[in-house]
Design a protein. Sequence first.
Length: 279
Amino acid sequence: MKKYFKFILPALLLGALYSFKYKSNERTDQPTAIAYYNFYHIKDSTQTGRLYSEDFILSFNTRESVYISQTRVKQDSTVQAILAAAEAKNSDVVDMGTYLPVTEDDIYIENGKIAIVKNTPQQRYLITETDDKTDWKIEKETKDLLGYTCQKATGICKGRKYTAWFTTDIPASFGPWKLQGLPGLILEAYDDRHFIKFTCTKLVTQGNLQNVKSINIPSDAISTTKKEYEQMKKAQADGFNMFGNDSGIVVDKVTSNGGNSNAGPKKKFTINYPLELTD
C-alpha cells in the first residue's frame, strides 16, 4: 500500500546521498570485471506472492570484490537531480515521488574475509564478520548461463542451504551477496525453498573500468561491532524527533514502495524469512 509521509529532508535523504561521497576516496585497486545481479526475496513466507526485488553490482578482480545496490545508486542520482531542480527554482518544498527501500550496506570481500560498510549520514562504519567459510560440495551437473558453462555446487551460508552455479571461465572466487569460495564466479544462486534468489543478468569483462568505484574498503570507515552499531542506530531512532529543520527545505510528499509486485488484499506483513539465520 502506498503511504504518504512528511519528513524533514536531512533525516530522510542524507543517507541516500552519502554514497556520492565515495568519489573523494583514494583509489588503489580497481576492478577488472563487473557482474550485474537481480535479487529477489520472499520475506514473509505466508505471502509468497509478495516479492522484494533489487538490483546489485559486483565489481571484482582476482583478489577482492565489492557488492553494492545498483537500485540505490540510481535512486541517489534521481534524488540529486530533484534537489538540484528545487534549489534552482528556490523551492522550499520538494515532492520526492516514489521512494524505494534499498540496501545501504556495501559488502567487501578480500582474501575470503567479509567486511560490511554501513553508510550513515554522519559517518561510515566498518563491521568485520567472523570467518565462517561455506563448505561447498561441487557436483557434476552443469548448465549454460549467459553463454558460460556453469557447474552446480551446494553449501550452507549464513544458516541457509544454497545451490550455486559457478563458471571457471571467470576465475574469481566471488558471487552475489556473501556467497563466495568456489573456483569460479557464481552466476546464479538460490536457497532450498527458492524464497531467495540471485541471478546474474550481465557480465562485463572488457573495456575501461577505471572510472568504476574502487573495490578497496574506505580508509575513513570507523571499525565497530554489530552490537555497538545496532545500539547506536537505536539511539539515533529514539532521538529522531530532536532533529531541527536547519535546511529550511521540507519533503512534502514521499511515496513509499516496498517493491511488491502484487497489490491484492492487504494482510499484515511480517519478516519471518530473513536473509540470514546466523550473524
